[in-house]
Write a protein that binds this ligand. Structure first.
Ligand code: SAM
Ligand code: SF4
Ligand code: F3S
Length: 439
């Protein structure tokens, strides 16, 4: 086997972050990155199964890679690695099915000799981060919530959280290296909970060993690190959203004025059928409390259209919720039945055309509320973290609220990974344009 690797990542931030740990692991065993998947000795597919479309990408890709690169070893990891039906279907074309938690054991399957002092917890592996200024730090893995439509609890197992001192030390290391954006991630960040161990007390001097550390406390400890950075976190579950978390955001300016709080539906009966464990009234009370504490907050959500049995009346309540919540961004999904989930037993009875119509109707509302919200930036100077150039050579970045900002007037300077101030001169629904004032 050639000691080169190529990773294909499909799915969410968790998979992007896991791929960075896979790369670091393989490099510690002497593998080199190969940009061309047809030439690589190892191809790793980091898969997503959240919707049928994401899953189907693998069924096309794997045979194609095999055909063009007959000597390749194919590893399938991520959220499809443990599905029995997927294993059966791909048994002949995949060499190794690797549940991500077993990454530290991969050396065995590759016939290599174990490196000494290597951790058995894959989250402890030092990642090879793709960006030089923004990093995802997983604070845990898995999900205990079993929303009826969602495959994640089956794919990733129960919630397991990392020690607070490991997370804070990792954040500190990246800030010292000059990283400007630290993003704490987990399926449900705000259900983070651990018992303080001795090593944690350094960052939590008011705690005793054995006492609980929760997410707002972890967030505040990360926000108090010294350096030039800002802090984000994804994803918060409305049922675990607390006044303590809102206060932590309000009182710590290192934390971006942004929250992703997926509502999923605007109808209480659908929410109950989804097993979300909150009502629309409760959700809107959280939005109100967030906006009261932090008026400039950027608010985003996930919504599913066409859940089994969703009537036109129930859908109209989701439209109403969208108007009331006045989102900046919503990730809309058409219900996709997932094998093994509770909702897979229900009849997927909203037609594809109707799901499309509902998605389009919600998109229209989103475009209106996002446009209205963005008016607050017009003629204001705002802080932007510059990310990359677009095809026309103009710099693009994000503000604290996660709105994309196009920066005019500094095409020749290298602004990538820098915080700059930008005066906003033009406002659209999903973007702002402005002039670079200073770094
Ligand atoms: N943990 C987060 C949460 O609590 O909402 C995100 C989970 S999931 C990785 C991201 C989004 O995918 C969900 O919020 C949901 O809107 C969507 N999703 C999950 N399962 C789906 C399904 N079967 N069909 C359509 N959309 C789905
Ligand atoms: Fe977990 Fe529910 Fe989020 Fe799915 S949607 S990841 S089950 S909390
Ligand atoms: Fe993420 Fe997809 Fe898994 S969205 S958690 S990679 S199923």
């Amino acid at each position: 086997m050639k000691k080169t690797y190529h990773i294909i990542t499909i799915g969410c931030q968790m998979n992007i972050s896991d791929s960075e740990r896979i790369a670091a692991y393989l490099e510690s065993y002497g593998f080199k990155s190969e940009p061309n998947r047809v030439k690589a000795g190892l191809v790793i597919l980091n898969t997503c199964g959240i919707r049928q479309k994401a899953e189907d990408r693998n069924y096309g890709l794997i045979p194609e890679i095999r055909e063009k690169n007959p000597l390749v070893k194919i590893i399938l990891t991520g959220c499809l690695a443990e599905r029995k039906d997927v294993r059966r279907r791909l048994d002949k074309v995949v060499d190794i099915f690797l549940p991500i938690k077993n990454l530290p054991e991969l050396y065995r399957e590759l016939g290599l000799v174990k490196k000494i002092n290597k951790t058995n917890d894959y989250l402890e592996i030092n990642p090879k981060v793709n960006s030089k200024f923004s990093v995802f730090i997983p604070i845990g893995n898995g999900c205990d919530n079993f929303c009826s439509y969602c495959v994640v609890p089956y794919a990733r197992g129960r919630e397991i959280y990392r020690s607070a001192s490991d997370i804070i030390a990792e954040a500190q290391k990246f800030i010292k290296q000059g990283f400007k954006e630290i993003i704490l991630i987990a399926q449900n960040v705000n259900s983070y909970k651990i018992k303080a161990a001795k090593a944690d007390l350094k960052f939590f001097p008011n705690k005793k060993a054995g006492e609980e550390i929760n997410f707002p406390e972890l967030l505040v400890a990360a926000a108090k690190l010294t350096g030039d950075f800002w802090l984000r976190f994804f994803t918060s579950h409305p049922k675990n959203m607390s006044a303590e978390l809102i206060a932590a955001m309000k009182n710590n300016r290192q934390i971006c004025r942004q929250i992703h709080l997926p509502a999923q539906s605007g109808d209480d009966r659908i929410l109950a059928a989804m097993n979300r464990k909150y009502t629309v009234k409760h959700y809107l009370s959280l939005v109100k409390a967030l906006r009261k504490a932090i008026p400039e907050i950027g608010l985003s959500s996930d919504l599913i259209v066409g859940f089994p049995g969703e009537t036109k009346k129930q859908f109209a309540k989701t439209e109403k919720l969208m108007r009331q919540a006045e989102y900046d961004m919503v990730y809309l999904a058409r219900f996709s039945s997932r094998p093994g989930t509770a909702a897979a037993k229900l009849k997927d009875n909203v037609s594809a055309a109707e799901k499309q119509r509902r998605e389009e109707a919600l998109n229209k509302i989103l475009s209106q509320t996002a446009w209205k919200n963005n008016q607050r930036y017009l003629n204001k100077a705002i802080k932007v973290l510059v990310q990359e150039k677009n095809k026309r050579g103009e710099w693009l970045g994000k503000n604290e609220q996660f709105v994309t900002v196009k920066i005019l007037g500094s095409a020749k300077e290298n602004l990538q990974g820098k915080f700059v101030r930008v005066k906003i001169t033009e406002v659209r629904d999903f973007g702002l344009t402005g002039v670079h004032l200073s770094s």
